[in-house]
Design a protein around this ligand. Structure first.
Ligand code: SAH
Ligand code: SF4
Length: 434
Protein backbone atom coordinates (compact mmCIF):
# COMPACT_ATOMS: atom_id res chain seq x y z
CA UNK A 1 0.00 0.00 0.00
CA UNK A 2 2.80 2.41 0.89
CA UNK A 3 4.72 1.49 -2.24
CA UNK A 4 1.64 2.25 -4.33
CA UNK A 5 1.24 5.63 -2.58
CA UNK A 6 4.95 6.38 -3.16
CA UNK A 7 4.59 5.63 -6.86
CA UNK A 8 1.63 7.99 -7.11
CA UNK A 9 3.48 10.79 -5.33
CA UNK A 10 6.58 10.21 -7.47
CA UNK A 11 4.30 10.49 -10.54
CA UNK A 12 3.02 13.86 -9.32
CA UNK A 13 6.57 15.13 -8.73
CA UNK A 14 7.56 13.98 -12.20
CA UNK A 15 4.60 15.76 -13.80
CA UNK A 16 5.68 18.92 -11.94
CA UNK A 17 9.08 18.70 -13.63
CA UNK A 18 11.10 17.16 -10.81
CA UNK A 19 13.92 14.83 -11.83
CA UNK A 20 15.01 11.95 -9.61
CA UNK A 21 18.30 12.65 -7.82
CA UNK A 22 20.89 9.88 -7.83
CA UNK A 23 21.40 10.08 -4.08
CA UNK A 24 19.12 10.98 -1.22
CA UNK A 25 21.73 13.40 0.13
CA UNK A 26 21.91 15.32 -3.19
CA UNK A 27 18.21 16.07 -3.67
CA UNK A 28 16.64 19.55 -3.41
CA UNK A 29 13.40 18.01 -2.28
CA UNK A 30 13.19 14.94 -0.11
CA UNK A 31 9.90 13.20 0.55
CA UNK A 32 9.75 10.39 3.08
CA UNK A 33 6.65 8.24 2.78
CA UNK A 34 6.46 6.85 6.27
CA UNK A 35 5.05 3.82 8.07
CA UNK A 36 3.98 3.62 11.68
CA UNK A 37 2.65 0.08 11.95
CA UNK A 38 5.35 -0.73 14.51
CA UNK A 39 7.72 1.36 16.56
CA UNK A 40 10.87 0.37 14.64
CA UNK A 41 9.36 1.71 11.39
CA UNK A 42 8.74 5.00 13.17
CA UNK A 43 12.26 5.25 14.62
CA UNK A 44 13.82 4.77 11.18
CA UNK A 45 12.09 7.91 9.93
CA UNK A 46 13.61 10.03 12.67
CA UNK A 47 17.08 8.77 11.89
CA UNK A 48 16.67 9.50 8.13
CA UNK A 49 15.26 12.93 8.92
CA UNK A 50 18.20 13.71 11.19
CA UNK A 51 20.62 13.52 8.26
CA UNK A 52 18.49 15.81 6.09
CA UNK A 53 18.09 18.35 8.88
CA UNK A 54 21.91 18.58 9.05
CA UNK A 55 22.00 19.36 5.32
CA UNK A 56 19.22 21.89 5.56
CA UNK A 57 21.23 24.04 7.96
CA UNK A 58 23.65 24.83 5.13
CA UNK A 59 21.09 24.48 2.27
CA UNK A 60 18.05 26.54 3.26
CA UNK A 61 16.29 25.88 -0.09
CA UNK A 62 16.10 22.14 0.68
CA UNK A 63 12.46 21.09 1.00
CA UNK A 64 11.61 18.36 3.49
CA UNK A 65 8.31 16.51 3.19
CA UNK A 66 7.04 13.83 5.56
CA UNK A 67 4.11 11.92 4.07
CA UNK A 68 2.25 8.77 5.06
CA UNK A 69 1.09 7.22 8.29
CA UNK A 70 3.65 8.64 10.74
CA UNK A 71 2.86 12.11 9.36
CA UNK A 72 -0.83 11.47 9.99
CA UNK A 73 -0.22 10.13 13.48
CA UNK A 74 2.04 12.96 14.64
CA UNK A 75 0.64 15.92 12.64
CA UNK A 76 1.72 19.28 14.12
CA UNK A 77 3.77 17.48 16.76
CA UNK A 78 6.18 16.47 14.00
CA UNK A 79 6.85 20.16 13.25
CA UNK A 80 7.55 20.80 16.92
CA UNK A 81 9.93 17.85 17.04
CA UNK A 82 11.65 18.64 13.71
CA UNK A 83 11.00 22.33 12.92
CA UNK A 84 12.97 22.09 9.64
CA UNK A 85 10.15 20.10 7.98
CA UNK A 86 8.21 22.04 5.30
CA UNK A 87 5.24 19.75 4.73
CA UNK A 88 3.51 17.08 6.83
CA UNK A 89 0.86 15.17 4.86
CA UNK A 90 -1.25 12.14 5.74
CA UNK A 91 -1.88 9.25 3.32
CA UNK A 92 -5.32 10.54 2.32
CA UNK A 93 -3.60 13.65 0.93
CA UNK A 94 -1.14 11.85 -1.38
CA UNK A 95 -2.99 12.93 -4.53
CA UNK A 96 -2.86 16.58 -3.38
CA UNK A 97 0.92 16.75 -3.31
CA UNK A 98 1.15 19.37 -6.07
CA UNK A 99 -1.19 21.89 -4.45
CA UNK A 100 0.39 21.32 -1.03
CA UNK A 101 3.87 21.98 -2.46
CA UNK A 102 2.57 25.17 -4.07
CA UNK A 103 1.57 26.35 -0.60
CA UNK A 104 5.05 25.50 0.67
CA UNK A 105 6.55 27.64 -2.14
CA UNK A 106 4.91 30.70 -0.57
CA UNK A 107 7.11 30.14 2.45
CA UNK A 108 4.58 28.42 4.72
CA UNK A 109 4.97 25.29 6.74
CA UNK A 110 1.98 23.11 5.82
CA UNK A 111 0.21 20.33 7.74
CA UNK A 112 -2.42 18.31 5.82
CA UNK A 113 -3.90 15.67 8.10
CA UNK A 114 -7.63 16.42 8.17
CA UNK A 115 -10.06 13.63 7.15
CA UNK A 116 -10.21 13.88 3.40
CA UNK A 117 -12.25 12.35 0.61
CA UNK A 118 -9.65 10.71 -1.63
CA UNK A 119 -9.98 12.19 -5.09
CA UNK A 120 -9.28 10.22 -8.23
CA UNK A 121 -5.68 10.75 -9.22
CA UNK A 122 -5.20 12.63 -12.49
CA UNK A 123 -1.46 12.15 -12.80
CA UNK A 124 0.14 8.88 -13.84
CA UNK A 125 2.02 7.02 -11.14
CA UNK A 126 5.77 6.64 -11.68
CA UNK A 127 5.85 2.88 -11.27
CA UNK A 128 8.95 0.92 -10.36
CA UNK A 129 7.97 -2.11 -12.44
CA UNK A 130 7.01 -2.08 -16.11
CA UNK A 131 5.34 -5.47 -15.81
CA UNK A 132 3.46 -5.61 -12.49
CA UNK A 133 1.29 -2.73 -11.33
CA UNK A 134 -0.46 -1.96 -8.04
CA UNK A 135 -4.08 -0.82 -8.28
CA UNK A 136 -5.76 0.60 -5.19
CA UNK A 137 -9.36 -0.47 -4.90
CA UNK A 138 -10.23 0.46 -1.32
CA UNK A 139 -8.50 2.91 1.01
CA UNK A 140 -8.74 2.96 4.82
CA UNK A 141 -10.10 0.47 7.34
CA UNK A 142 -13.34 0.31 9.34
CA UNK A 143 -12.16 -2.42 11.75
CA UNK A 144 -10.95 -1.70 15.27
CA UNK A 145 -8.33 -4.33 16.05
CA UNK A 146 -7.12 -3.37 19.51
CA UNK A 147 -3.41 -3.33 18.55
CA UNK A 148 -3.61 -1.48 15.27
CA UNK A 149 -2.93 2.12 14.31
CA UNK A 150 -4.17 1.80 10.70
CA UNK A 151 -7.78 3.00 11.17
CA UNK A 152 -6.50 6.10 12.97
CA UNK A 153 -3.99 6.99 10.27
CA UNK A 154 -5.66 5.79 7.08
CA UNK A 155 -9.20 6.76 7.99
CA UNK A 156 -12.54 5.26 6.99
CA UNK A 157 -13.03 2.85 4.11
CA UNK A 158 -13.34 4.55 0.71
CA UNK A 159 -13.88 2.28 -2.29
CA UNK A 160 -13.03 3.47 -5.76
CA UNK A 161 -15.72 2.89 -8.36
CA UNK A 162 -15.45 -0.25 -10.54
CA UNK A 163 -15.19 2.01 -13.61
CA UNK A 164 -12.25 4.03 -12.24
CA UNK A 165 -10.48 0.80 -11.29
CA UNK A 166 -11.09 -0.78 -14.69
CA UNK A 167 -9.89 2.35 -16.47
CA UNK A 168 -6.61 2.25 -14.55
CA UNK A 169 -6.15 -1.44 -15.41
CA UNK A 170 -6.87 -0.76 -19.10
CA UNK A 171 -4.26 2.01 -19.10
CA UNK A 172 -1.75 -0.38 -17.53
CA UNK A 173 -2.51 -3.00 -20.19
CA UNK A 174 -2.02 -0.43 -22.98
CA UNK A 175 1.37 0.36 -21.48
CA UNK A 176 2.47 -3.26 -21.56
CA UNK A 177 1.72 -4.35 -17.98
CA UNK A 178 0.94 -8.04 -17.61
CA UNK A 179 0.07 -8.42 -13.94
CA UNK A 180 -1.96 -6.32 -11.53
CA UNK A 181 -2.36 -6.54 -7.78
CA UNK A 182 -5.53 -5.04 -6.42
CA UNK A 183 -4.86 -3.40 -3.07
CA UNK A 184 -6.80 -2.73 0.11
CA UNK A 185 -6.19 -3.00 3.86
CA UNK A 186 -9.11 -5.42 3.87
CA UNK A 187 -9.70 -5.87 0.20
CA UNK A 188 -12.58 -8.29 0.67
CA UNK A 189 -14.51 -5.45 2.38
CA UNK A 190 -14.45 -3.68 -1.01
CA UNK A 191 -17.65 -1.92 -2.04
CA UNK A 192 -19.39 -1.76 1.35
CA UNK A 193 -19.50 2.01 1.03
CA UNK A 194 -20.74 1.97 -2.58
CA UNK A 195 -24.46 2.08 -3.34
CA UNK A 196 -26.34 -0.74 -5.08
CA UNK A 197 -28.24 -3.95 -4.44
CA UNK A 198 -28.75 -6.67 -7.04
CA UNK A 199 -32.20 -7.95 -7.99
CA UNK A 200 -31.58 -11.00 -5.79
CA UNK A 201 -31.16 -8.73 -2.76
CA UNK A 202 -27.39 -9.24 -2.58
CA UNK A 203 -25.05 -6.27 -2.38
CA UNK A 204 -23.57 -5.25 -5.73
CA UNK A 205 -19.97 -4.19 -6.06
CA UNK A 206 -18.33 -6.78 -3.84
CA UNK A 207 -14.73 -7.83 -4.48
CA UNK A 208 -16.12 -10.89 -6.28
CA UNK A 209 -18.18 -8.68 -8.61
CA UNK A 210 -15.12 -6.51 -9.20
CA UNK A 211 -12.99 -9.52 -10.15
CA UNK A 212 -15.55 -10.57 -12.76
CA UNK A 213 -15.79 -6.98 -13.99
CA UNK A 214 -12.06 -6.40 -14.53
CA UNK A 215 -11.16 -9.91 -15.61
CA UNK A 216 -11.57 -9.34 -19.35
CA UNK A 217 -9.05 -6.50 -19.71
CA UNK A 218 -7.01 -7.57 -22.73
CA UNK A 219 -3.27 -7.82 -22.19
CA UNK A 220 -3.45 -8.40 -18.46
CA UNK A 221 -2.51 -12.01 -17.83
CA UNK A 222 -2.46 -12.22 -14.06
CA UNK A 223 -4.59 -10.72 -11.32
CA UNK A 224 -3.72 -10.79 -7.62
CA UNK A 225 -5.30 -9.13 -4.61
CA UNK A 226 -4.25 -8.37 -1.02
CA UNK A 227 -4.88 -8.22 1.92
CA UNK A 228 -7.87 -10.41 2.75
CA UNK A 229 -9.59 -10.31 6.14
CA UNK A 230 -11.00 -13.68 7.31
CA UNK A 231 -14.16 -11.94 8.40
CA UNK A 232 -15.15 -10.97 4.85
CA UNK A 233 -13.69 -13.85 2.88
CA UNK A 234 -16.69 -15.53 1.24
CA UNK A 235 -17.17 -18.87 -0.46
CA UNK A 236 -18.42 -16.99 -3.50
CA UNK A 237 -15.04 -15.25 -3.68
CA UNK A 238 -13.21 -18.59 -3.57
CA UNK A 239 -15.43 -19.96 -6.35
CA UNK A 240 -14.72 -16.89 -8.48
CA UNK A 241 -10.98 -17.38 -7.98
CA UNK A 242 -11.29 -21.02 -9.01
CA UNK A 243 -13.32 -20.11 -12.07
CA UNK A 244 -11.49 -17.08 -13.42
CA UNK A 245 -8.29 -18.14 -15.18
CA UNK A 246 -6.33 -14.91 -14.62
CA UNK A 247 -6.71 -14.92 -10.83
CA UNK A 248 -3.50 -16.32 -9.41
CA UNK A 249 -3.56 -19.17 -6.92
CA UNK A 250 -2.22 -17.24 -3.96
CA UNK A 251 -4.15 -15.98 -0.97
CA UNK A 252 -2.77 -13.68 1.70
CA UNK A 253 -5.10 -13.99 4.68
CA UNK A 254 -3.68 -12.85 8.03
CA UNK A 255 -4.92 -14.75 11.09
CA UNK A 256 -2.80 -12.88 13.72
CA UNK A 257 -3.15 -15.53 16.44
CA UNK A 258 -4.01 -19.22 16.62
CA UNK A 259 -5.76 -18.78 19.97
CA UNK A 260 -9.44 -17.88 20.23
CA UNK A 261 -9.06 -15.95 23.50
CA UNK A 262 -6.30 -13.78 22.02
CA UNK A 263 -8.31 -13.30 18.82
CA UNK A 264 -11.14 -12.01 20.96
CA UNK A 265 -8.81 -9.64 22.83
CA UNK A 266 -7.58 -8.45 19.47
CA UNK A 267 -11.24 -7.86 18.38
CA UNK A 268 -10.63 -9.70 15.12
CA UNK A 269 -14.21 -10.93 14.77
CA UNK A 270 -13.57 -14.59 13.88
CA UNK A 271 -12.45 -17.81 15.50
CA UNK A 272 -9.56 -19.97 14.42
CA UNK A 273 -12.12 -22.64 13.42
CA UNK A 274 -13.65 -20.20 10.95
CA UNK A 275 -10.18 -19.43 9.59
CA UNK A 276 -9.48 -23.14 9.12
CA UNK A 277 -12.78 -23.54 7.27
CA UNK A 278 -11.77 -20.80 4.82
CA UNK A 279 -8.44 -22.49 4.15
CA UNK A 280 -10.13 -25.88 3.72
CA UNK A 281 -12.59 -24.39 1.26
CA UNK A 282 -9.76 -22.83 -0.74
CA UNK A 283 -7.87 -26.11 -0.79
CA UNK A 284 -10.87 -28.15 -1.84
CA UNK A 285 -11.50 -25.89 -4.86
CA UNK A 286 -7.91 -24.84 -5.65
CA UNK A 287 -5.71 -27.64 -4.25
CA UNK A 288 -2.34 -26.18 -5.30
CA UNK A 289 -3.07 -22.66 -3.97
CA UNK A 290 -0.37 -20.97 -1.93
CA UNK A 291 -1.49 -19.53 1.39
CA UNK A 292 0.29 -16.81 3.34
CA UNK A 293 -0.61 -14.86 6.45
CA UNK A 294 0.44 -12.28 9.04
CA UNK A 295 0.88 -13.20 12.70
CA UNK A 296 1.61 -11.19 15.83
CA UNK A 297 3.44 -12.82 18.74
CA UNK A 298 3.68 -11.46 22.27
CA UNK A 299 0.29 -9.73 22.30
CA UNK A 300 -0.51 -8.45 25.85
CA UNK A 301 -1.27 -11.36 28.15
CA UNK A 302 -0.33 -14.06 25.60
CA UNK A 303 0.57 -17.17 27.62
CA UNK A 304 3.09 -19.73 26.53
CA UNK A 305 0.22 -22.10 25.71
CA UNK A 306 -1.56 -19.46 23.63
CA UNK A 307 1.67 -18.85 21.72
CA UNK A 308 1.97 -22.61 21.16
CA UNK A 309 -1.56 -22.58 19.75
CA UNK A 310 -0.32 -20.17 17.08
CA UNK A 311 2.62 -22.45 16.26
CA UNK A 312 0.18 -25.31 16.08
CA UNK A 313 -1.95 -23.53 13.44
CA UNK A 314 1.20 -22.92 11.42
CA UNK A 315 1.93 -26.66 11.44
CA UNK A 316 -1.64 -27.67 10.72
CA UNK A 317 -2.08 -25.34 7.76
CA UNK A 318 1.39 -25.50 6.30
CA UNK A 319 1.78 -21.93 5.10
CA UNK A 320 3.88 -20.97 2.10
CA UNK A 321 4.85 -17.81 3.90
CA UNK A 322 4.01 -15.95 7.10
CA UNK A 323 4.92 -12.34 7.94
CA UNK A 324 5.62 -12.38 11.64
CA UNK A 325 5.88 -9.46 14.05
CA UNK A 326 6.42 -8.97 17.75
CA UNK A 327 3.58 -6.96 19.23
CA UNK A 328 4.48 -3.26 19.33
CA UNK A 329 2.31 -0.91 21.44
CA UNK A 330 0.98 1.90 19.24
CA UNK A 331 -0.27 5.34 20.27
CA UNK A 332 -4.03 5.69 20.75
CA UNK A 333 -4.75 1.96 20.54
CA UNK A 334 -6.54 0.14 23.39
CA UNK A 335 -4.08 -2.74 23.82
CA UNK A 336 -1.17 -0.32 24.36
CA UNK A 337 -2.76 0.79 27.65
CA UNK A 338 -3.31 -2.69 29.08
CA UNK A 339 -1.26 -3.64 32.11
CA UNK A 340 -0.45 -7.18 30.97
CA UNK A 341 2.33 -6.29 28.50
CA UNK A 342 4.98 -8.96 27.95
CA UNK A 343 8.70 -8.27 28.29
CA UNK A 344 10.73 -7.45 25.18
CA UNK A 345 12.76 -10.57 25.88
CA UNK A 346 9.73 -12.88 25.75
CA UNK A 347 8.50 -11.21 22.56
CA UNK A 348 11.88 -11.54 20.84
CA UNK A 349 12.25 -15.19 21.93
CA UNK A 350 8.81 -16.02 20.55
CA UNK A 351 9.52 -14.16 17.34
CA UNK A 352 12.69 -16.13 16.83
CA UNK A 353 10.98 -19.43 17.53
CA UNK A 354 8.11 -18.73 15.16
CA UNK A 355 10.44 -17.49 12.40
CA UNK A 356 12.37 -20.75 12.50
CA UNK A 357 9.14 -22.69 12.14
CA UNK A 358 7.89 -20.45 9.30
CA UNK A 359 11.09 -21.08 7.40
CA UNK A 360 11.04 -24.83 7.99
CA UNK A 361 7.43 -25.16 6.84
CA UNK A 362 7.97 -22.93 3.79
CA UNK A 363 10.84 -25.15 2.71
CA UNK A 364 8.76 -28.28 3.14
CA UNK A 365 5.96 -26.68 1.12
CA UNK A 366 8.41 -25.79 -1.64
CA UNK A 367 9.26 -29.45 -2.12
CA UNK A 368 6.06 -29.72 -4.12
CA UNK A 369 7.71 -27.66 -6.88
CA UNK A 370 10.76 -29.91 -7.28
CA UNK A 371 11.10 -31.15 -10.88
CA UNK A 372 7.74 -29.58 -11.72
CA UNK A 373 7.15 -27.16 -14.56
CA UNK A 374 5.91 -23.78 -13.40
CA UNK A 375 4.64 -20.85 -15.41
CA UNK A 376 6.75 -17.79 -14.51
CA UNK A 377 6.13 -14.18 -15.56
CA UNK A 378 9.56 -12.64 -16.18
CA UNK A 379 9.82 -9.43 -14.15
CA UNK A 380 13.45 -8.32 -14.20
CA UNK A 381 17.13 -9.17 -14.11
CA UNK A 382 18.16 -10.72 -10.80
CA UNK A 383 19.75 -7.72 -9.04
CA UNK A 384 22.18 -10.05 -7.24
CA UNK A 385 23.32 -11.87 -10.38
CA UNK A 386 22.93 -10.14 -13.73
CA UNK A 387 23.37 -13.40 -15.63
CA UNK A 388 19.96 -14.45 -14.34
CA UNK A 389 16.37 -13.33 -14.70
CA UNK A 390 13.69 -13.48 -12.05
CA UNK A 391 9.96 -13.69 -11.89
CA UNK A 392 7.21 -15.33 -9.89
CA UNK A 393 5.10 -18.43 -10.23
CA UNK A 394 1.35 -17.97 -10.24
CA UNK A 395 1.52 -18.98 -6.57
CA UNK A 396 3.85 -15.98 -5.95
CA UNK A 397 7.10 -17.89 -5.46
CA UNK A 398 10.14 -15.88 -6.50
CA UNK A 399 12.01 -17.91 -9.15
CA UNK A 400 15.48 -17.41 -10.68
CA UNK A 401 16.61 -18.82 -14.02
CA UNK A 402 19.13 -18.28 -16.87
CA UNK A 403 18.56 -15.51 -19.40
CA UNK A 404 18.22 -17.63 -22.51
CA UNK A 405 16.50 -20.69 -23.80
CA UNK A 406 17.99 -22.93 -26.55
CA UNK A 407 19.06 -20.25 -29.03
CA UNK A 408 17.22 -17.14 -28.01
CA UNK A 409 17.15 -14.64 -25.12
CA UNK A 410 14.16 -14.47 -22.86
CA UNK A 411 12.35 -11.12 -22.68
CA UNK A 412 11.16 -9.31 -19.61
CA UNK A 413 7.36 -9.46 -19.60
CA UNK A 414 7.30 -12.88 -21.22
CA UNK A 415 5.60 -15.83 -19.56
CA UNK A 416 7.83 -18.85 -19.66
CA UNK A 417 7.83 -22.42 -18.38
CA UNK A 418 10.54 -23.16 -15.87
CA UNK A 419 11.53 -26.62 -14.68
CA UNK A 420 12.29 -26.19 -10.99
CA UNK A 421 15.53 -27.83 -9.93
CA UNK A 422 16.53 -26.16 -6.70
CA UNK A 423 14.57 -25.11 -3.69
CA UNK A 424 15.14 -22.72 -0.80
CA UNK A 425 12.68 -21.57 1.86
CA UNK A 426 11.45 -18.49 0.04
CA UNK A 427 12.67 -18.88 -3.54
CA UNK A 428 13.21 -21.40 -6.33
CA UNK A 429 15.65 -21.79 -9.21
CA UNK A 430 15.14 -23.63 -12.45
CA UNK A 431 15.74 -24.04 -16.15
CA UNK A 432 13.61 -22.50 -18.90
CA UNK A 433 12.07 -25.07 -21.22
CA UNK A 434 10.30 -24.76 -24.50
N1 SAH B 1 -5.61 -5.24 7.34
C1 SAH B 1 -4.75 -6.35 7.44
C2 SAH B 1 -3.38 -6.02 8.00
C3 SAH B 1 -2.82 -4.65 7.90
S1 SAH B 1 -1.49 -4.22 8.97
C4 SAH B 1 -5.39 -7.36 8.38
O1 SAH B 1 -6.18 -6.99 9.21
O2 SAH B 1 -5.06 -8.49 8.31
C5 SAH B 1 -0.24 -5.39 8.50
C6 SAH B 1 0.19 -6.30 9.60
O3 SAH B 1 0.94 -5.61 10.57
C7 SAH B 1 -0.93 -6.93 10.40
O4 SAH B 1 -1.47 -8.03 9.74
C8 SAH B 1 -0.28 -7.30 11.70
O5 SAH B 1 0.22 -8.62 11.67
C9 SAH B 1 0.87 -6.30 11.79
N2 SAH B 1 0.61 -5.34 12.87
C10 SAH B 1 -0.34 -4.39 12.92
N3 SAH B 1 -0.27 -3.72 14.08
C11 SAH B 1 0.74 -4.26 14.80
C12 SAH B 1 1.30 -4.01 16.09
N4 SAH B 1 0.82 -3.06 16.88
N5 SAH B 1 2.34 -4.77 16.49
C13 SAH B 1 2.84 -5.75 15.69
N6 SAH B 1 2.35 -6.03 14.48
C14 SAH B 1 1.32 -5.30 14.02
FE1 SF4 C 1 -7.75 -2.77 10.08
FE2 SF4 C 1 -7.36 -4.68 11.95
FE3 SF4 C 1 -6.11 -4.82 9.59
FE4 SF4 C 1 -5.44 -2.95 11.37
S1 SF4 C 1 -5.17 -5.17 11.55
S2 SF4 C 1 -5.70 -2.66 9.19
S3 SF4 C 1 -7.46 -2.47 12.28
S4 SF4 C 1 -8.31 -4.95 9.98
Amino acid sequence: MNKADSERMAGILKSMGYIEAKKELEADLVLYNTCTIRDNAEQKVYSYLGRQVQRKHSLPHLKLVVAGCLAQQEGEALLRRVPEIDLVMGPQHANRLESLLTKVETGNQVVATEEHHILEDLTTARRDSKICGWVNVIYGCNERCTYCVVPAVRGKEQSRTPDAIKKEIEDLAINGYKEITLLGQNIDAYGRDLPGINTNGRRKNTLTDLLYYVHNVKGIERIRFATSHPRYFTERLIRACAELPKICEHFHIPFQSGDNYILKQMARGYSIEKYMRIINNIRSLIPHAAISADVIVGFPGETNQQFKNTLNVLERIGFDHVNTAAYSPRPNTPAALWKNQLSEETKIDRLQEINELVEKIAKQRNERYRNKIEEVLVESINPKDNKQLMGRTRTNRLTFFPKSIINRSINIGETINIKIDSIRSFSLSGTPIN
